[in-house]
Design a protein around this ligand. Structure first.
Ligand SMILES: [Zn+2]
Ligand SMILES: [Zn+2]
Length: 468
């Protein structure tokens, strides 16, 4: 990394810090202080669109507000809140046309600064064909939006993934839930999973358990917006083919499984994953024997080792069995692009029920277990046998992203029973539960027994030959 890059990064970090403090000051109704902090933030980073946006909340002067919004849009043309705010200020949009206001940003704070509390503005996005009025759907083959009726195609420009956010438990978590309101939000009465369904889906079923038990979820629940997404690459037909091929593979599976497996439901869903980037430094001590013979003595030796986990994935939902999800990994994370609602057009997405804090703790536990396993395999910890221990561990440089990964979830029936199956929506990798053929298992066991008997007979014959 060049000095220039590092300098830019430092400035951005400083701006982000000032921005956060500015937001906190706003929430505490300290407008002057908020103004000074946010102004400093944009001095450090002219491209900090959100800081420009929130500067509007520090003044009542419409001309000044308009200037800030202009800067916010210049910094990020995709800042819809700023564009909407500008529309309001210039009279292009009437306040009455707006969707009902979301709850206040901080539980205790009122936001009298409307229209300068811009993030409250909600844009309900529907993807409608400009040619025929039909519904646009994200097409995995085209990687673009396509009209289901007339075939009209609208390009989706892929954008590289933005930087990761620093892990910080004082995150303004309420900020995020607005992204989800472009979609309809449900909770499953059977498995409890949260789902966003695209507009226009009739007779909705839960993508995780196929139950037709979806109830509208309370909108005030907080949700962070996803930063990245791997676009769905598999259509239903391909996913079904993968499952059929997989059904014919199991060594212990019944022969008629493929023929009799009843085509069950296979539903697409974008599953939320927390992706962590972290370094873990462990200090260990181990009992080792030094010297030989009489001079041998046992001493404790200490060491330190750092492990890097740049792409640790933690599923954000409890609705899927962890071990099954493991089996359809890995996802190729190079395929991650910046999240856009276009990717969800026509496709359901799960909402996370494992919070960032919970996920981070689970990820740390996982990293620590992995590091311990690696240390165990290596000298001198290994030489020391069981006499060693990790004395301390430190996590540094933790950053995270919330990413949506494509998956097909389904069931198939076999002789009256239901089995779960997952298909990786990027790679086509299948994992699932499979019935086991009792006869095959018995045969295998019998073959093992027969092999043992053969060895015994051979040994007996050899014994006779020697002693006979
Ligand atoms: Zn059309
Ligand atoms: Zn469910």
């Amino acid at each position: 990394m060049s000095t220039l890059d590092r300098d830019a990064e430092r400035r951005q970090r400083a701006a982000e810090d000032l921005y956060r403090h500015g937001r906190a000051a706003l929430a505490a109704h300290e407008r002057d202080r908020a103004h000074a902090l946010l102004q400093q933030a944009v001095d450090y980073d002219r491209g900090h669109s959100q800081a420009w946006l929130w500067l509007t909340a520090t003044t009542d002067d419409p001309a000044e507000q308009k200037q800030y919004l202009d800067w916010a849009i210049a910094a990020d043309p995709g800042n819809t809140a700023a564009r909407r705010g500008l529309g309001l200020l210039t009279g292009q949009i009437k306040a009455a046309d707006l969707a009902p206001a979301a709850p206040a940003l901080e539980p205790s704070a009122t936001t009298p600064e409307a229209p300068a509390a811009p993030e409250i503005v909600i844009i309900r996005r529907t993807f409608v064909c400009p040619r025929c009025g039909g519904r646009l759907r994200f097409d995995p083959a085209l990687v673009d939006l396509r009209c289901e009726h007339c075939g009209y195609v609208e390009g989706v420009t892929e954008e590289p993934l933005a930087g990761e956010a620093v892990l910080d438990f004082t995150l303004p978590t309420r900020q995020g839930h607005r992204w989800a309101e472009a979609e309809r939000r449900f909770t499953c009465g059977q498995c409890g999973a949260g789902t966003l369904l695209p507009v226009g889906v009739t007779s909705p079923t839960c993508p995780f358990c196929s139950a037709a038990a979806l109830v509208a979820a309370p909108e005030e629940a907080e949700l962070l917006p996803p930063q990245g997404v791997i676009p769905m690459a598999l259509e239903a037909e391909t996913a079904q083919q993968r499952v059929r091929a997989w059904l014919g593979q199991g060594r212990l599976a019944p022969d008629d499984l493929r023929a009799l497996a009843r085509r069950g439901s296979l539903q697409p869903v974008y599953v939320p994953f927390w992706r962590f980037n972290s370094a873990l430094t462990t200090r260990w001590r181990a009992k080792v024997t030094e010297g030989a013979g009489r001079a041998a003595q046992t001493v404790w030796r200490e060491g330190e080792e750092t492990f890097f986990y740049p792409r640790w994935l933690q599923a954000g939902t409890r609705a899927l069995p962890r071990d099954l999800v493991r089996q359809i990994e890995p996802y190729n994370l190079d395929g991650l692009v910046r999240y856009k609602p276009e990717y969800l057009a026509g496709w359901p997405a799960g909402t996370y029920d494992l919070s960032l804090a919970e996920a981070s703790l689970a990820a740390r536990a996982g990293m620590l277990a992995d590091a311990t396993r690696q240390l165990e395999r290596r000298a001198p910890a290994a030489q020391a046998g069981s006499e060693w221990q990790v004395t301390s561990n430190t996590f540094t440089g933790q950053t995270y992203q919330l990413v949506l990964l494509p998956l097909w979830v389904g069931h198939y029936g076999y002789r009256g029973r239901r089995f779960r199956v997952l298909v990786n929506g990027q790679t086509g990798q299948v994992a699932g539960d499979r019935p086991v053929d009792g006869v095959k298992v018995a045969l295998l066991a019998a073959m093992g027994l027969a092999a043992t008997l053969l060895v015994s007979v051979a040994a007996w014959l050899a014994y006779l030959a020697i002693n006979g």
